[in-house]
Design a protein around this ligand. Structure first.
Ligand code: HPA
Length: 270
């Protein structure tokens, strides 16, 4: 894995010299955030050695390099999901590449189903913690100390100071945000009513099929993480809504201007 990451980083650095400080991973329906980046380079995943290829509709599939204000950023336009058939090492490979390219702060976004009754479709949830219910762990296997330690502390997976900054930005921009716990399930089915109830009873506020693997690997490499989730459907029994992928994309796109503003300002100000 170390050699593969080095090969990918060498390839990217042979194309251009650019040291990003921020990594950004964009969720379903949230990809137009790249319009906020002054793009300097864009590399389709298909051209990057060792990169998997994204298969889901609504995920574009390019690594974009550029600036937001004075900050240098690399953004994944489209991420890799476990349910697509990749293993967790593949899903999280780009995060390893980002780190070796120089990234110290990771911003992740996703779409999720809300089970907290105070949420509604379109709610923006700042992720304060997660519950990992994925069936495979990205750090399983022999540990390579060059990436990070065998046993990773997870007491603060999401940076409290980034979260605080995001709350301040939301307040001053009149963007309504919630805070919550995100649970990751493997998908690709949406949850049954009983599964949504389980998610809620276990202590999560929303549920999705991504993010947690990338965050674990980012913490393995000691990156600072900020996560945000857009509630695209409700799994709460009181206000359950029927969910499909088109609805998810529609709801995410509606919340997108606020999400873009939040992430952009966070990167500029933090
Ligand atoms: N469940 C899981 N993943 C999701 C959902 C959901 O309800 N909505 C968007 N992604």
């Amino acid at each position: 894995m170390w050699e593969q990451v080095q090969e990918t980083v060498s390839f990217i650095q042979s194309k251009f010299s650019f040291t990003p400080e921020y990594g950004v991973i964009l969720g379903s329906g949230l990809g137009s955030f790249t319009d906020d980046i002054q793009i300097e380079y864009s590399l389709p995943y298909s051209e990057i050695p060792n990169f998997p290829i994204s298969t889901v509709q609504g995920h574009k599939g390019a690594l974009v390099f550029g600036t937001i204000g004075s900050k240098k950023v690399v953004a994944m336009q489209g991420r890799f999901h476990y349910y697509e058939g990749y293993d967790m090492k593949q899903v999280t490979f780009p995060v390893r590449v980002m780190k070796i390219l120089g990234v110290t702060k990771l911003v992740v976004s996703n779409a999720s189903g809300g089970v907290n009754p105070s949420y509604k479709i379109g709610s923006i949830v700042l992720i304060k913690d997660h519950i990992n219910m994925m069936p495979e762990h990205p750090l399983r296997g022999k540990n390579d100390e060059r990436f990070g330690p065998r046993f990773v502390n997870m007491s603060e997976p999401y940076s409290k100071s980034m979260l605080q900054k995001a709350k301040e930005i939301a307040a001053s921009s009149q963007i309504d945000v919630k805070e919550g716990v995100y649970m990751a399930l493997q998908g690709p089915t949406f949850e049954t009513l009983s599964e949504y109830r389980m998610v809620k009873n276990i202590g999560a506020d929303c549920v999705g099929m991504s993010t947690v693997p990338e965050v674990i690997v980012a913490r393995h490499m000691n990156m600072e993480v900020f996560g945000l989730s857009v509630v695209t459907d409700m799994g709460d029994e009181e206000n359950i809504e029927e969910v499909n992928h088109a609805e998810v994309l529609k709801a995410a796109e509606k919340a997108e201007p606020s999400v873009r503003k939040l992430i952009k300002e966070l990167i500029i100000q933090y």
